[in-house]
Design a protein around this ligand. Structure first.
Ligand SMILES: [Zn+2]
Length: 476
C-alpha cells in the first residue's frame, strides 16, 4: 500500500565521495567570521526605554534590555523613574523579534549605597531573581533569560550572590561598579569577561543624570570604539535610557551612527554573545560517510538547546558551485548585509572559503549546485523507540543507507537483525518494510512516516494490527 503513497519520484545520483575537496577548517571566533563585535545593554524600566529601542533600531544596534519586572509596585517600592511594566511589554516583545534580548534587572530593583553582605543576602531573594526571570518568560516568547544586571551595581562582588544568580540559569550578570566615584564610565573590558557572573563592559555612554559631572565625551567614546574595532575586540557599551538626550545631533545617536552599519561587525545582545562562546567551545564537527553528497558532517554538542540555541560559524575549504544543506534544508547564501541575528542560518563565500553559519545539532551535506535533492539524506544510524500495546518500551536501531535513490539497510532489535526491503524515500516522506521470521512464520512489518532534521516520526503496522507510533533519533 505504501507504494501507492509515493507513486512517482526520482533521484539524481550525486557525485561520489572519493577525493572530496571539502575540508573543515575550524570554528570562527565570532559569528559569520566577523572581525569585531558590538554589544549594548540598557538598564531600568523607564518610559525612556521605548524611545531608546526606537533609536537603536534606526541604526541596527542590538541590545540587552534590562527591566525590573514588577508590574505594579507599591509606591514605596517604585524605583525613581520606573514605569509600570505593562506599558512596556508589547514593545519588548517586538524588540525580541527584531534581534534584541530582554534581561532581568530583578523585580523591584533593590538598591543601597554602599551595599553590605546582610543587605545583599536579604535583597537577593527568589522573588527577585527567579521571579523576574519567570515574568519575562511568561510575558514574552523568549525561550530563556540569559542575562542579569545588578540593580545599582549592588552585590556583584559577593560570591554567594553570584552563585544565586547562576543557579537561576543566568549565564552572564553585568555589573556597574563604583558609581559614586564615576568609576562606572570606563571599566574598559574589551573582550568576554572571565567572570561571567560579575561581567564588565567597555564603557558607559550616557549623561550622569541630574548630577553636575556630566561625563558625555563623544570624542572619547568614539576613540575607544575605534581601538576596540581595530583590535578585533568586543565593544560593550551600556546606557540608562533616562540619562540620554535623543536626536541625531546628540551624543548618543551620533555615537550609534559611528559604530553601526559595518559589514565586518557582529551586532548582538550580551546574553547571546556569551552563549555563543560556550556554544562554539562545546560544539564538535565530525566528518561522516559522504552518502549521496560530496561531503557530510555531524555538528553536535551536549548543551541544553534551550539556552544555547544560537548559531555558530564553521569555516570550510570548498570548491565553487557547492551548496550546503542542514538537516536536509538548503541554507540560503548571504552576500553582504549586516550580521545582526544570533540564530540565523546561511552560507557566505570568501574565495576558497565557505563560512557556514548554522545552529548545531544538525547534519551538514555539501552537494554540487543545482543537484540539491528534494529531501534529507537519512544515511546513518537511528535509535528508534516505541511502546507496545501492553505498555512495554521497545528499542531498535535502524542502520540506513541510500543507494541510487533507494532506501536500504537493516533493523536490529532484541529479536535480531533483519534487512530492509521495499525502501522508499521521496522528499521528507519515507517507507520501508522488514520481514521478521519466527515460529516458522514470516511477518512483514511496514514502517511509514516522515523525517525532519535528526528525527523521524513513523507508523508501524504488522499482521493486521492497529498501527503503533515509532520515533527515531539520529544516533552516533
Ligand atoms: Zn538600575
Amino acid at each position: 500500500m505504501h507504494r501507492l503513497l509515493f507513486g512517482f519520484f526520482c533521484f539524481l545520483p550525486l557525485a561520489a565521495a572519493d577525493g572530496s575537496p571539502v575540508r573543515f577548517l575550524g570554528k570562527t571566533k565570532y559569528l559569520n567570521n566577523a572581525h569585531a563585535v558590538v554589544t549594548h545593554t540598557i538598564d531600568d524600566s523607564t518610559k525612556s526605554v521605548i524611545q531608546c529601542i526606537d533609536t537603536m533600531d534606526r541604526y541596527g544596534i542590538k541590545a540587552t534590555i534590562f527591566v525590573s519586572t514588577e508590574e505594579d509596585p507599591a509606591p514605596e517600592d517604585v524605583f525613581f523613574t520606573q514605569l509600570q511594566m505593562r506599558e512596556l511589554w508589547p514593545r519588548l516583545r517586538q524588540a525580541i523579534n527584531n534581534g534584541h534580548e530582554i534581561g532581568s534587572h530583578s523585580r523591584q530593583h533593590p538598591c543601597r549605597k554602599p551595599d553590605s553582605e546582610s543587605f545583599c543576602s536579604a535583597a537577593y531573594t527568589d522573588y527577585e531573581i527567579t521571579g523576574s526571570r519567570d515574568d519575562i518568560l511568561r510575558m514574552t516568547n523568549q525561550p530563556h533569560v540569559w542575562s542579569w544586571c545588578y540593580p545599582c551595581g549592588n552585590c556583584a562582588n559577593y560570591e554567594f550572590i553570584q552563585k544565586r544568580i547562576a543557579a537561576a540559569g543566568y549565564i552572564v550578570a553585568r555589573n556597574y561598579p563604583n558609581e559614586a566615584t564615576n568609576g562606572h564610565m570606563r571599566p574598559n573590558v574589551r573582550t568576554w569577561d572571565s567572570n561571567t557572573m560579575n561581567a564588565g563592559y567597555t564603557q558607559a555612554v550616557q549623561h550622569k543624570g541630574t548630577a553636575k559631572n556630566d561625563t558625555v565625551d563623544s570624542a572619547g567614546n568614539d576613540a575607544t570604539f575605534d581601538e576596540v574595532y581595530r583590535d578585533g575586540g568586543i565593544y560593550n557599551f551600556m546606557s540608562h535610557p533616562q540619562w540620554l538626550d535623543y536626536g541625531p545631533n546628540e551624543f548618543y545617536e551620533r555615537h550609534l551612527a559611528r559604530i553601526s552599519g559595518r559589514k565586518d561587525v557582529w551586532y548582538v545582545p550580551m546574553g547571546p554573545l556569551y552563549a555563543f562562546r560556550t556554544l562554539a567551545g562545546h560544539t564538535t564537527v565530525r566528518a561522516l560517510d559522504s552518502g549521496r553528497a560530496k561531503a557530510r558532517f555531524a555538528v553536535s554538542n551536549d548543551l541544553d538547546g534551550k539556552i544555547y540555541n544560537g548559531s555558530i560559524t564553521l569555516a570550510f575549504a570548498a570548491p565553487p558551485d557547492i551548496e550546503v544543506l542542514s538537516g536536509g534544508r538548503k541554507l540560503p547564501s548571504k552576500e553582504g548585509g549586516l550580521t545582526d541575528r544570533w540564530n540565523a542560518e546561511y552560507v557566505r563565500r570568501e574565495g576558497e572559503r565557505l563560512y557556514v553559519t548554522v545552529r548545531p545539532l544538525t547534519t551538514l551535506e555539501f552537494v554540487a549546485a543545482g543537484t540539491v535533492p528534494p529531501g534529507p539524506d537519512v544515511t546513518g544510524n537511528w535509535k528508534a523507540t516505541y511502546t507496545t500495546r501492553n505498555g512495554l518500551k521497545r528499542e531498535s536501531t535502524f542502520a540506513l543507507k541510500m543507494e541510487n535513490g533507494r532506501l536500504t539497510g537493516t533493523i536490529t532489535s532484541e529479536r535480531g537483525r533483519a534487512p530492509i526491503t521495499e525502501g522508499r524515500i521521496a522528499g521528507h516522506e519515507l517507507a520501508f518494510t522488514v520481514v521478521r521470521k519466527g515460529n516458522g512464520d514470516e511477518v512483514a512489518v511496514e514502517y511509514q512516516g516522515r523525517v525532519e532534521g535528526d528525527g523521524m516520526n513513523l507508523r508501524m503496522r504488522f499482521g493486521g494490527h492497529e498501527a503503533l507510533d515509532v520515533t527515531a533519533r539520529r544516533a552516533p
